[in-house]
Write a protein that binds this ligand. Sequence first.
Ligand code: GLN
Length: 388
Amino acid sequence: MNKLHLNPIYADMPVTVFEHMSGLARSLGAINLGQGFPDSPPPAALTVAAIRAMETRSQQYPPSMGLPELRDAVAAFYGRTQGLALTRDAVVVTSGATEAVAAAILAVVGANDEVLLFSPAYDAYAPLVRRAGGVPVFVPLGPPHWSYDEVAIRAAITPRTRALILNDPLNPTGSVASADELAMLARVACEHDLVAICDEVWEAVRFDGRTHRSLLAEPGMGERTIKIGSAGKIFGATGWKVGWMVADAALAGVLAKAHQFLTFTTPPMLQWAAAEGLADPGITAALHADWSASRCVLVDGLAQAGFTVLESAATWFACIDLAASDITLDDTAFSERAVREAGVASIPLSALWEGEGGPTTIVRLCHCKPPAMLEDAVARLSQWRAGL
Ligand code: GLN
């Protein structure tokens, strides 16, 4: 039989590091602090709302742009939490934020267009840019603060640069761009006429007491920013796969064309439930309090056990610096061995780094888990490490 001709982007690609680590955790019965998801069910009010919607409302195709109730609720949520003045015309509902990223890239990137990415980067961005015919150009962020270097960014821009992809707050590091950095990125984007694809799924998962500020809100960015959000992250319901893109109405109309040939639409019962949840500040406040408490259990527990935890302000993740913790393994060896020998799954940061010179001694652990599970994980890691 002849070898099938498949696209090498996928044919030569391994499964994602998240799938790999979750698979190992499942088969070995390890505590899974790798892939980011809470262990508890989402707030009961959301489940009740989804069931009620299934029982009493349509289960047929909703409009491709999303149900008006959810588009209004997203606009109102950003008005209330981030001071943005939006209407439903600016909102396109997607089947999760990854689909939103794909739709945004397909709508913006053409053959040989260059797209600025920042390392470490979420694993979906570069393959999607390549599949769209574009060329990812990586600008590294440096530990421990993961700051954006204007000189390096300007040096990476060419006449073919069309867009940048900003993940803020940043997964895997949990860092947040400063006000000065956002202003700089906006200046650069306006000067070079770039579209900013902003993956802001962690906007509601912040622990520094500050209000999230989107690049969309910077001067000149309103017409060129695609702000991506996720109900899965806001409500701790990662399997719901309800997300959205927010953009100027003209841009949103084009994004909707890309979305209509990806998933076309998103399950209506989940859209109605997400709309109800966004309108209830009590739901997000209770989740945030739980996540904040479990975060302290992991971060304090690791520190007390002698691990060096990098500073972070957001996301469900904390990173350990292995070298600073006197552990001589590199991050991949640590993750591969810890899941088998200590029974704790983690994510090596180098799996999310393309290009030379990235850090190789940092691992990411997920903390939105029951406190007893986190305490057990710290005890296992600390005992295992003592025998290394
Ligand atoms: N966002 C999740 C994480 O960073 C992974 C999602 C996925 O597995 N595709 O852990």
